[in-house]
Design a protein around this ligand. Sequence first.
Ligand code: AP5
Ligand code: MG
Length: 192
Amino acid sequence: MFNLILFGPPGSGKGTQSERIVEKYGLVHLSTGNLLREEIANKTPLGMEAKNFMDKGQLVPDEVVIGMIDNSLDHHKDAAGFLFDGFPRTVAQAQALDRLLELKKTEIAAVLALEVSEEELVKRLLHRGKTSGRSDDTNEEVIRKRFAVYTSETSPVADHYKKEKKFHSIKGEGSVDEIFDSLSAAIDKKIK
Ligand code: AP5
Ligand code: MG
């Protein structure tokens, strides 16, 4: 199995690049944001609980997202590998992921982190908010809150993987193609 984490702040291009990476490398895409939005669309109790946090730009509780990832790993028993997008977002989630992968006798090969300035991120998200229907993109205050949560709760996850020498920074500004080429080059080095 070959497992990757695509890391980076809100709007850094994780979803955009994930679609291309999973196609090129035959991985299963696991985006906790997408899974949560599906739950909301289906009006499940989990979705209704999650919406309260998401609309405010706060993180959904760890046990909820860890449970979702656990189920998704079990649903894809024959996967060649996984691409995690938007997960793990706290150190507790990273530790839980280590344990879940260990049970499957596998691990994270690399964490690829998209680096983008905050001004560019706000611009992208406000622009997307005009058409995406995502309630957390329409209000600049909620967007700023998502960045604050990223800085306080998610950026420490980088240290968890730096300790294991798995963390790689990638320039996340430029054309989608250019960024995809940088990501592919980093992944190819890991596969060799
Ligand atoms: P989630 O859905 O993960 O959102 P996010 O991380 O805040 O980021 P986005 O999905 O908005 O951005 P992205 O990096 O995927 O960029 P994208 O490719 O879309 O999480 C949403 C919420 O769910 C969280 O706030 C939290 O409440 C909850 N949640 C999710 N996971 C959780 C977890 N593990 N634990 C707890 N809570 C969790 O691109 C953004 C825009 O930029 C698009 O319009 C795109 O077209 C454009 N764009 C992309 N690349 C470029 C480029 N190179 N140049 C110009 N524009 C570009
Ligand atoms: Mg996304």
